[in-house]
Structures are given as C-alpha cells and as structure tokens.
Design a protein around this ligand. Structure first.
Ligand SMILES: C[S@@+](CC[C@H](N)C(=O)[O-])C[C@H]1O[C@@H](n2cnc3c(N)ncnc32)[C@H](O)[C@@H]1O
Length: 321
C-alpha cells in the first residue's frame, strides 16, 4: 500500500488536460505529505480534474470525485476497459485522418456530436485538439472551446504519446479499489473516515468560471470550515502569490495549517517566452506534513489582512503534456 512521503522517479502524465493541472507540483506534494494508510483507508480527492495527483500517488483504495461528468465518465471508461490502448489508437487514427481533411469544420462536427452524445472518446479528441488544451463548458453544460488550428494534430507520434498515457492510467488503476463518482465535494466529505486522507484542489475563486467551476468566496470559505472539521488528514493546494498579487483567502481561512510553498512558472497566452513566476501553497493539517530539512519550503501563513486579492492571470496556465 502506498504511504506518503515518497520520491517520484518519473512523473506520469494523464491523457486529459485541464486548467490548474498539478503535473508540476506532484513531486512536491508527494514529498510534503505524511500519510500511512491502514485497514480500509482511502485517498479521497473531491476535485479530481485531470487525475494527475491520484494517478501518481496510486493509493490502493480511493474515492475520486468531480462535478464534471465527462472527466468521471472518461476514467470509468478506462476502468471498464472500454477505453484502452487499442480502442484509443483505432479511434484517434480514424478521427485524426478526418480532422486532417476537414480541419476546423470537422472539429466543430465532433464538438456538436460530443455535446449531443457525450462520448468519452470524443471528449479525449476535443481535449487534445482544442485551443490551448483548455476545458470549458458554457452555461448549458456544452463544451465550447474553439479549434486549436492544427488539422494535422493527430500525427503518429502524438497518437502514440496519448496511447501510452492511456496505458499508464490503466496500469495505475489495475488491481486497485478506486471509485470514480460524479459528486460535489460535500458528498465526497460525507463518507470520510479517520484513517483516510483528503487532497483538495478546488477551482480558483472567481476564475475559469464555467458550468463545472462556479467557485466563489462563500464556497471557498464553506470548504475551509468543512475541511477543518474532517476527522482525517488533509492537504489543500492553493495559489499563494505572484509578483502582482497575494491570495488573502489563505491567511483568512487557513491560518491554523502547516504551509509549504513551491514556486513554479506559468505561461501567459500561447507565448512560450512570457513566463510568470507563481508561488503555490500546500496547506496541510498539522501532524500530516513531513519535516522540511532545509526549511526551503516552509513559510508562515500570511496575516489575514494581507493585500486584497485580485486573481492572477492563470487562464493560460501551462497545460503541457
Ligand atoms: C483545479 S481543478 C483540479 C485539478 C486537478 N488537481 C489536476 O491536477 O488536474 C478543479 C476541479 O474541481 C471540479 N469542481 C468544480 N466545482 C466542484 C464542486 N463544487 N465539487 C466537486 N468538484 C468541483 C472541476 O470540475 C475541476 O475538475
């Protein structure tokens, strides 16, 4: 059974991308949390997103939730074997050829089909060929990201890369007791037991607001209150500051946790050259953080009256595959 902390030799990358994906923070996370699962203990992730954290932690038992039914449906399809290396290769080769011929028109045809039928294969296709790899749904719950302008997107090498990612996901789930569930975070919280560990990565307040990401100050505060009342260990990821802004919610609501900080860069727009530094906080329940030998990552929680938060330009945060 996986115990934390551990050092990840090679970070696995999932086939689905989303805003706020934690690929670059997974190692830091696995080094910072202390948790030894016993008995029926589960890793619980109420805000699964791309799944990159759970897939790398690879616990024996897990409850993995998200309100986005397409994310959950996608992973359930992998779990059932409906989405496999073979079916993915066949699908992407066939659809990739049609995209190469039809370009934007074909992309929008698949998008309309997905919004009618919700196939997890179409979800993958759109996620990997849309503009900037973002995931966004309009007020009717329809995927509305425009085409990424690359008709030749599904090259042989790109398909192989995605197929290998599917293979990795299937291996990580193999022989594990993982439940994927479409649920709001409150429902995930209801089944928490003392030996579990809850990892939280909620949406950014007021950012990326869409059908599946309506997140405001009130909801963030309700989450903080409920989290602190949990009977088990927890850790929550949250942006802390960049060169322009500080996130006052951290000081206001998470003062009694242990904070570890990790700096990283995100790209602005699609321009590789424009990189902005961002500090990300991991707020850990006291007693569940590892000892930070050099104190490189430990910082005091900012005072609640820190500079008023305005949200950073995270829209185009790197969703590198
Ligand atoms: C920041 S993303 C999680 C990113 C993820 N940790 C990763 O590395 O890919 C937040 C996720 O929370 C989901 N979400 C938004 N509101 C929710 C709610 N009220 N309850 C549960 N999930 C929610 C969104 O659909 C989104 O997938």
């Amino acid at each position: 059974m996986t115990s934390l902390p551990f050092e990840i030799a090679h970070i696995g990358v999932p086939p689905i991308k989303c805003q706020g994906i934690k690929t670059k923070l997974v190692s830091f996370l696995c080094r910072s949390i202390r948790w030894t699962p016993t008995g029926e203990a589960r890793w619980i992730e109420p805000f699964l997103g791309s799944g990159v954290v759970a897939l790398n932690v690879a616990p024996q038992r897990a409850l993995l939730c998200d309100t986005n039914k397409h994310i959950i449906g996608f992973y359930q399809a992998v779990q059932l074997g409906d989405i496999s290396r073979t079916t993915t290769r066949d699908f992407l080769e066939c659809e990739g050829k049609k995209l190469a011929v039809g370009g934007a028109d074909y992309y929008y045809e698949v998008r309309a089909r997905f919004n009618r039928l919700g196939s997890p294969f179409d979800f993958l296709f759109l996620n990997r060929s849309c503009f900037n790899g973002v995931m966004r749904f309009n007020s009717k719950g329809h995927f509305n990201v425009p085409f990424g302008h690359k008709p030749e997107r599904f090259t042989k090498a790109y398909i192989t890369k995605i197929v290998n990612q599917i293979g990795w996901v299937a291996r990580q789930m193999q022989d594990k007791d993982w439940e994927f569930r479409v649920a709001p975070w409150q429902e995930a919280f209801r089944s928490v037991s003392p030996a579990d560990f809850v990892y939280l990565d909620p949406p950014y307040i007021g950012r990326h607001t869409d059908y599946y990401n309506a997140w405001d100050e009130m909801e963030a505060e309700a989450l903080a209150r409920a989290t602190k009342a949990l009977p088990c260990g927890y850790a929550l990821s949250m942006w802390l500051e960049n060169r322009h802004r500080k996130n006052e919610h951290v000081g206001k609501c998470w003062g009694d946790t242990e904070m570890r900080v990790c700096g990283h860069f995100y790209h602005v727009g699609s321009t590789e050259g424009l990189r902005n530094a961002m500090d990300e906080a991991l707020l850990i329940k006291p007693g569940f953080a590892t000892i930070d030998p050099g104190k490189q990552h430990t910082r005091k929680i900012p005072a609640p009256d820190a500079q008023l938060a305005l949200l950073p330009e995270l829209q185009a945060m790197d969703t590198a595959s």
